[in-house]
Design a binder for this molecule. Structure first.
Ligand SMILES: NC(=O)c1ccc[n+]([C@@H]2O[C@H](COP(=O)([O-])OP(=O)(O)OC[C@H]3O[C@@H](n4cnc5c(N)ncnc54)[C@H](O)[C@@H]3O)[C@@H](O)[C@H]2O)c1
Ligand SMILES: [Zn+2]
Length: 344
């Protein structure tokens, strides 16, 4: 699947103007923050959007729910949206996930365009075709693969993002470098992850890496699994903190997940220990030291990993790196080694 990813604002204006004209009706979905920081700017700069109804939902992960999905269907019905309608998703990963899901299922599917406004969404969530909704505290329990008409990336939106959110998305950029491009890793070592303008320069390189991989394997049967690097342990850490009602950002969890998964690679003799240490220093510098989990907490994290991950023959399947830029998929890891690395 080859989705157009556009970076020039002139081009973005042109595409939006054309797409609004060629659809029966257009709707803009945003959250309480992107309404203020992003939609207002789009309305000021693109006259074609002036008549477009704006649908606003509360910010935050809680909005990725079936209740909000139902509200959005009702809103579209209320406006008599037909199958030729268009949905513009203006926001972070929450908006691109729920907007993609709603558009892909309303009247068996209408067109949608993603206009990502966080680093996480610009380098990751908006562009892989995955649209997920949470159910009963299980992240992305319901969803589908469905691709937007295009992804319009305006890095100027990043200027109003809180530092925590900048760093969260930056973790995915580091992941892209580690699985695919040593030169990119080197370039990112000079980036201050609290500075939107520093990060903005490299969004396009991450887009290229992600789209090369997803183009080759859209439905995650093979190489796309590389993008799960850091996520097997990372998701378990994320779920653990969520279950304690002390959530951490997805990127923070993935940063720590990368550190721990690299330790697995070292144990397996795949990755040189001093290189793993260099990577670890950079990541812990950004996200702080790894928490040390007591026995009970380690067990909880381990259980999240067991529930979450494809556990074939009692073995975990990991995506691990051998070098910077060289990622191996489907590395079988024993329960014993997986437990060892969590007991930090
Ligand atoms: N589909 C995928 O492939 C994929 C990949 C990664 C993450 N995700 C999903 O994405 C979600 C996380 O995305 P996220 O990190 O973008 O979170 P988010 O959408 O919750 O945005 C983070 C916060 O930033 C605010 N915000 C967004 N843009 C802003 C701007 N320009 N200025 C100021 N504030 C702004 C939002 O209102 C929110 O409070 C999770 O639900 C995750 O599961 C999906
Ligand atoms: Zn991720």
């Amino acid at each position: 699947m080859n989705v157009k990813t556009i970076h020039s604002f002139d081009e973005i204006q042109k595409i939006l103007t054309e797409e609004v004209a060629s659809h029966s009706a257009t709707f803009m979905l945003c959250d309480t923050n992107t309404s203020e920081h992003c939609v207002r700017f789009l309305l000021e700069t693109i006259p074609a959007l002036n008549e477009v109804p704006i649908i606003e939902i509360p910010e935050g992960e809680e909005s990725k729910s079936m209740e909000i999905v139902a509200q959005l269907y009702e809103e579209l019905l209320h406006h008599n949206a037909d199958r030729q309608a268009l949905l513009l998703n203006v926001g972070g990963g929450v908006i691109t996930d729920i907007g993609g899901f709603v558009a892909s299922t309303y009247k068996r599917g209408i067109d949608f365009i993603n206009i990502p406004t966080t680093v996480m969404a610009q380098v990751d969530a908006a562009m892989g075709g995955k649209c997920g909704i949470d159910l009963m505290d299980v992240k992305n329990a319901v969803g589908l693969f469905s691709w937007p008409l295009s992804v319009l990336v305006f890095t100027g939106f990043l200027d109003t993002l809180p530092e925590k959110e900048l760093k969260s998305g930056f973790a995915e950029m580091l992941k892209h470098a580690l699985i695919a491009d040593a030169d990119y890793w080197e370039a990112l070592s000079h980036v201050n992850p609290n500075e939107a303008s520093h990060i903005a320069v490299f969004v396009k390189r991450s887009n290229e890496i992600k789209s090369e991989i997803t183009k080759e394997d859209p439905n995650e049967r093979s190489v796309r699994k590389k993008l799960n690097y850091g996520h097997t342990v990372g998701h378990a850490i994320e779920s653990y903190f969520l279950s304690k009602s002390t959530p951490i950002t997805h990127g923070n969890a993935i940063g720590w997940g990368i550190v721990l998964e690299n330790r697995i690679a070292v144990k397996l003799g795949m990755l040189n220990a001093s290189l793993a240490q260099t990577i670890e220093n950079r990541i812990l510098d950004i996200f702080g030291a790894l928490p040390s989990f007591n026995k009970e907490e380690q067990e909880q994290i381990f259980q999240f990993m067991m529930n979450d991950k494809k556990n074939k023959n009692g073995l975990f399947n990991f995506s691990l790196i051998r070098e910077i830029g060289d990622c191996l998929i489907q590395v079988e890891v024993s329960e014993e080694i997986a437990r060892e690395v969590i007991s930090v």
